[in-house]
Design a protein around this ligand. Structure first.
Ligand code: PEP
Ligand code: MG
Length: 539
């Protein structure tokens, strides 16, 4: 029996045989060629074939895992046409008189290196996509077979890392858990595991030659046990049974109301980072979207997303939600979320610096573009807007003025928009202390407990050294939460929580007692929170 520690990216227990994912051999040789034009033509033909393969993968993924998860294959098709990529391959073939395989491999390595060295976490992860399309091209050029998992029964899948095109080709019914050596919390595999609701670990240095051995993945502890002894196996079988029962019970809660035994109702919404997350929101039967972190649109783009690009994304989410409420938070960049083209500059204390609404209120062009896009999308469903990092009444008034200006402009242009609630995030102690005043100005509050805890306890939420000091149940936070709900209601606003604490089921009853109207949590936590609500009795 061998136990290895990794980092859990999704909880749960899985028991089964190990299947090791085998990659296509993409090593290439530097072969000389005589005719560069013919070789470039061969490359373009391979690129066309690769795009056809990707189209087929897109179609397959669309049916199996929905549009949100299929989109990556559209992105890969576009990456194959990326001018920098194409020009680099052509230049290498022509200037070095080498084969297309070698030119693609060199280009892929160079571009992946550039992405990996970027500070931005999202851009870093694009390195995996460049490698993925490059391997596909090499596979087509050299006629090598496909990568895959050699399993005939449900198995624990071990891999160095899994590219999106590799995960979609997997027969999902055969995957009990993902365990990878590399990858990050936000990697595609982690996202897929959350969507599939199966345990997943990253950073596990598993031994070679373990194919077929029995293993246990404990997604709560972040461990994998290979060749477990009978006692351990028996203990985990009990846990697995409990987990299975819990899943069945939770699934039965789909379509049920979020109501306590004594009749108190609450809305349970979900948090998303973009269009790709909506499938999971719907699958988990969330009542709406309580936090759409719109900054991901900016993080995913290498220039300011235009009004039309933003409109398309918001409209898609709004339409997919079919009339259910979608609360779009305006741009919250700065601090840990750096976007190169904003040129924000280095700051000594970025969490206390030029971020979120402070940027919007000083960059009218950026703010207006986003608000116009959101208002336009509001015509297609139910949209609310909330402003992050508010510290003063003056800021709220300025945000409202800007919203009015945008509406007037849309009226003048004859562009329709819906009724849009305006709210603010309460995530600074200043906003808490003047929440009585702010409540009279807005339709709702949504408490960002992640930042509120950071600013109240003076603990950098990004610093792992301070994990032991970060007490999310600190009495100061709980007192503030009560004060916020009371002041919201006294001022005629409704109150929700969209920070991580909203999903802490040890506090669900407390939140209900405080009078919260809404909790917005990650999609996979919606049914758990619903269960907690339905078991609560406040009388
Ligand atoms: C929060 O601060 O609690 C919040 C929901 O916003 P973010 O985590 O995006 O800063
Ligand atoms: Mg925040």
């Amino acid at each position: 029996m061998e136990t290895m520690q990794g980092k859990s990216v999704f909880g749960g227990v899985a028991i089964g045989p190990i299947a090791v994912f085998s990659k296509v051999d993409t090593t290439v040789r530097r072969e000389s060629i005589d005719d560069a034009d013919t070789e470039i033509e061969r490359y373009h033909k391979a690129s066309e074939d690769a795009k056809n393969q990707l189209q087929a993968l897109y179609d397959k993924a669309l049916k199996e895992v929905g549009e949100a998860n299929a989109q990556i294959f559209e992105v890969h098709q576009m990456m194959l046409d990326d001018l920098d990529y194409v020009e680099s391959v052509e230049n290498i073939i022509r200037s070095e008189n080498v084969c297309a395989e070698y030119a693609c491999a060199t280009t892929g390595d160079n571009m992946a290196e550039i992405f990996s060295s970027m500070d931005d976490a999202y851009m870093k992860e694009r390195a995996a996509d460049v490698k993925d399309i490059t391997n596909r091209l090499i596979g087509v050029l050299s006629g090598k077979g496909a990568s895959g998992m050699n399993a005939t029964e449900p198995s624990i899948l071990l891999a160095d890392d899994l590219a999106p095109s590799e995960t979609v080709q997997l027969d999902k019914s055969l995957v009990l858990s993902f365990v990878t050596r590399y990858g990050s919390t936000n990697s595609h595999t982690a996202i897929l595991a959350r969507t599939m609701n199966i345990p997943a670990l990253i950073g596990v240095d598993y031994p070679e030659n373990c194919e077929g051995k029995t293993a246990i993945v404990d997604g709560h502890k972040g461990t994998i046990i290979i060749d477990p002894d009978e006692d351990t196996l028996a203990q985990y079988r009990v846990k697995l049974e409990e987990q299975q029962k819990e899943k069945e019970l939770l699934a039965k809660l789909k379509g049920k109301e979020n109501v306590t035994k004594d009749g108190r109702k609450i809305n349970i919404y979900a948090n998303i980072g973009g269009v790709k997350d909506v499938a999971s929101v719907l699958d988990n039967d969330a009542g709406g979207i309580g936090l759409f972190r719109s900054e991901f649109l900016y993080l995913e783009s290498d220039d300011y997303p235009t009004e039309d690009e933003q409109f398309a994304a918001y409209k898609k989410v709004v339409e997919m939600m079919g009339g259910k409420k979608v609360i779009i938070r305006t741009l919250d960049i700065g601090a840990d979320k750096q976007v190169g083209y904003f040129d924000l500059g280095k700051e000594d204390n970025p969490a206390l610096g030029y971020r979120a609404i402070r940027i919007c209120l000083t960059r009218e062009d950026v703010f207006k573009t986003q608000l116009r896009a959101i208002y336009r999308a509001s015509h297609y469903g139910t949209v609310s807007i909330m402003f992050p990092m508010i510290i003063s009444l003056d800021e709220v008034k300025k945000c409202k003025e800007m919203a009015e200006t945008v509406k007037n402009e849309l009226d003048a242009d004859g562009i329709p928009y819906g009724d849009v609630e305006l709210g603010i995030m309460i995530e600074t102690p200043a906003a808490v202390m003047i929440s009585d005043v702010l409540a009279k100005e807005v339709d709702f509050f949504s408490v960002g407990t992640n930042d509120l805890t950071q600013y109240t306890l003076a603990i950098d939420r990004q610093n792992p050294k301070l994990d032991d000091f970060y007490d999310s149940h600190h009495p100061a936070i709980l007192k503030m939460l009560k004060m916020i709900a009371d002041n919201a209601h006294a001022g005629g606003a409704w109150a929700g929580i969209c920070g991580e604490l909203g999903a802490d089921t040890t506090l669900t009853e407390e939140f209900l007692k405080m009078g919260y109207d809404e909790l917005s949590v990650s999609p996979s936590m919606v049914l758990k929170v619903r269960e907690k609500v339905r078991n609560a009795d406040l009388s």
